[in-house]
Design a protein around this ligand. Structure first.
Ligand code: DGJ
Length: 719
């Protein structure tokens, strides 16, 4: 519900999980400022938090503004903490002042033009408060939209900027959301690099401004566009935590700031370092959306709220609620070295094992026998595949498998027919050199002609063969990112226009092929974000497929993203990324924590491994509804010890997964307590009946086999 106390100008968004309070108050100069004094557990009376709107600071050096919880802080007004908005006028003046002009409440949730966002299926699912702020001098207006979901601990925020003045403005910063919590909070974020994405980092802002960001043209491997503020005593199971995910896949910045007045501010939005936008009179600019999820029951509660919202109201399409097929991908089995017969051998072995989908990875098009050519030339290579994609797809279908295909649509190789025809279609900075990475350049997705080309080229391939799955890859980041299409001082728009163009392409293609399951990828998990998940319900989590490394990667990813979004494959040993040898069982048990598949030469496995693979496939089919759509709970962290454990639960079963990396001599007995098990009786793997409360209180012994890299998957079926 949204309660608007118009007499006192207090707005209270409240459901049984969360409250958010906004307050309009005079700034001392006759203007009305918008403050956001509270976001947390439900309040009985919003007036109880208004003491947080009283300015503090005594001496003349202390600007009272640096103590207030502004909802939309701007530069140049004495707040000094990270701001959301900076608009420059034609004189280069950047001071921006935004004051309250009005509000309205709408049922449901408005869409964001051209951008991915959380949505409702029925207006009764949510209410939206829209508050307008305006700078009287420049005419810049900011419409802040707060949506409260009726029965979720989730609030979304986005801002629509509008130039209602008579002169062009340049937006130097056009942020999405800001929350200032009283007190000190830990800042949790996910950092990494290629093959080691999304490690959990928890730090105190320690009277500093901390920033995570990307200016890579993708959300990136290094930082993820997700962060949390957690009470310093919060654990996985207790304490206040506020998660925030930006629904965006390009350059972003998230700051956490603690100043001398002891409050902690979080801001999220586009990265001002690689952004500027000319806003002519009458034009609007839509900033991306932020999803907040709140829990007073620890990080698991925060993550679970985020998981179900992303799974059910960010992801879309036919595959959103469907069980995902078990796939075999040929990348690590063959790299570029394959032909029709080799693929059919692997596919035959996959069919024998009960696998459901064959994915043909990089190397099927142009003259691509290595990674130095042909991106952009989406025409089948008949030397490798003499029967074409259609012939191969039909042969694979005849085995009972669906057929899937890899693309890297946003790229262009200098050695390609596309580049020879359109050398101006790549991102480039005027006459500067065009630096390649992985021997490729990036298409200028901000251009409509490029977007149209990509839509048609990919659609033509999808129409030409029985393709039921697409892996959409992106294998390099921006360098010298400029655009020939942008004149008039607009080069600073390149990165965001790229994203808007990409989103237009994704919308067109995914709408045109609703039965196709799309999975995004960027050198593994370099673009794992809620923006991509709006178009494609799953993402390749990491190029690192080692079972031990995957424990941390999948655990970290789960801080924000549901397991239904995480591609997780069993690969060969020694592992191609780090050379480790783990058993087939451990590899399968780890991959079972995401969208399960294989990435090895199935036609060259030992009979024992094939037997184990058949067992895994059968097991995954039996329990995947729970592992993909049940409630996921982290129990033991790979960042803290030798044993990792997590749990899945729904109304039919509870599954405990535990992994011990190294065996210990004369080790202690281990047990793990399950958490929030749906009430009832369960049949344990040994046939005994056990109650939900005993699983929580007495726990389950972890009887690992006597070797390194051991794992257990224990299924407790509801009786
Ligand atoms: C990077 C991806 O992450 C891999 O899985 C594979 O598809 C290669 N690209 C192919 O070039």
């Amino acid at each position: 519900m949204i309660f608007a106390d118009t007499a006192n100008k207090i707005f209270h968004l409240r459901n049984r999980h969360v409250s958010l309070v906004l307050r309009v108050q005079p700034d001392g100069n006759g203007e009305q400022e918008l403050l956001l004094p509270y976001l947390g557990s439900p309040l009985d009376d919003p007036a109880s938090c208004l003491y947080l709107c009283a300015p503090r600071g005594g001496a003349s050096f202390d600007s009272p503004r640096q103590t207030l919880p502004y909802a939309c802080p701007t530069d140049g007004r004495g707040d000094y903490r990270p701001a959301l908005v900076c608009a420059e006028d034609r004189h280069g003046q950047r001071c921006t002042e935004l004051f309250y002009t009005g509000y309205r409440v709408e049922k449901g949730k408005p869409t964001l033009k051209g951008l991915p966002a959380a949505y409702v299926e029925d207006d009764a699912e949510a209410d939206t408060l829209l508050i307008t702020l305006r700078d009287g001098l420049t005419g810049l207006e900011a419409e802040l939209r707060y949506t409260l979901y009726a029965d979720r601990p989730v609030i979304t925020e986005s801002i629509l900027y509008r130039n209602t003045g008579s002169e062009t403005l340049t937006l130097r910063n056009a942020g999405s959301a800001c929350v200032t919590l009283p007190g000190r909070y830990d800042f949790i974020h996910l950092h990494g690099a290629w093959a080691k994405e999304r490690a959990v980092e928890r730090v105190s802002p320690a009277r500093l401004t901390r920033e995570i960001s990307s200016c890579r043209g993708a959300s990136g491997h290094e930082h993820n566009p997700f962060a949390a503020l957690a009470a310093s005593d919060a654990t996985e199971f207790a304490g206040e935590c506020l998660g925030a995910a930006l629904v965006y896949s390009g350059d972003f910045a998230i700051t956490a700031d603690e100043n001398a007045y002891g409050s902690t501010r979080l801001t999220l939005g586009l990265n001002p370092r690689s952004f500027s936008w000319r806003l002519n009179p009458g034009e609007v600019f839509q900033a991306p959306e932020v999803i907040f999820s709140f829990s007073d029951k620890g990080l698991n509660g925060m993550s679970q709220a985020m998981h179900s919202l992303i799974r059910q109201r960010v992801c879309r399409g036919t595959w959103r609620d469907r069980e995902r097929p078990i796939l075999i991908n040929n990348w690590e089995a063959t790299y570029f070295n394959f032909d029709h017969d080799k693929i059919m051998k692997i596919a035959q072995a996959a069919a024998d094992a009960g696998i459901e989908l064959f994915v043909l990875d990089d190397g099927w098009f142009g003259k691509r026998n290595n990674d130095d050519c042909s991106l952009g030339d989406w025409v089948v290579n008949r030397e490798k595949l003499p029967h074409g994609l259609d012939g191969l797809g039909q042969d694979i279908n005849a085995l009972g498998l669906k057929f899937g295909l890899w693309f890297e649509p946003e790229m262009i190789s200098p050695d390609s027919d596309l580049y020879r025809a359109h050398p101006d279609w790549c991102l480039h900075a005027g006459s500067r050199r065009r630096t390649t990475a992985r021997q490729q350049l990036i298409l200028d997705m901000g251009r409509t002609d490029v977007q149209d080309y990509v839509i048609e080229a990919i659609s033509a391939v999808l129409r030409s063969a029985p393709i039921g799955y697409v892996k959409w890859d992106m294998n390099r980041n921006f360098l010298e990112a400029g655009s020939d299409a942008l004149t008039d001082g607009r080069q600073g728009e390149t990165a965001h226009r790229y994203m808007l163009g990409l989103y237009r392409v994704l919308e067109a293609i995914t709408r045109a092929f609703p039965e196709v399951l799309f999975e995004s990828c960027s050198g593994g998990g370099g673009r794992f974000d809620a923006g991509m998940l709006h178009y494609m319900p799953q993402t390749w989590t990491s190029d690192d497929t080692d079972a031990v490394a995957r424990l941390s990667i999948q655990y970290g990813t789960s801080l924000c993203y549901p397991t239904s979004a995480m591609g997780a494959h069993v690969s060969a040993v020694p592992n191609h990324q780090i050379g480790r040898v783990t058993g087939m069982k451990m590899r399968g048990d780890v991959a079972l924590g995401g969208n399960f598949g294989y990435e090895l030469d199935l036609s060259a496995q030992t009979p024992e491994d094939m037997e184990e693979i058949r067992r895994q496939v059968k097991q995954v089919k039996a329990i995947r509804r729970t592992t993909q759509q049940g409630v996921f709970t982290r129990l033991l962290s790979p960042f803290e010890g030798n044993v990792t454990a997590w749990q899945f639960a729904d109304e039919t079963r509870v599954i405990l997964c535990a992994y011990r990396v190294l065996n210990l001599p004369n080790g202690e007995p281990l047990r793990v307590r399950l958490h929030d098990v749906p009430q009832g009786l369960y049949k344990a793997p040994d046939g005994q009946t056990v109650s939900s409360s005993d699983l929580e209180r007495a726990g389950v012994p972890l009887l690992f086999d006597h070797h390194d890299f051991a794992s257990l998957v224990m299924v407790f079926e509801r009786v």
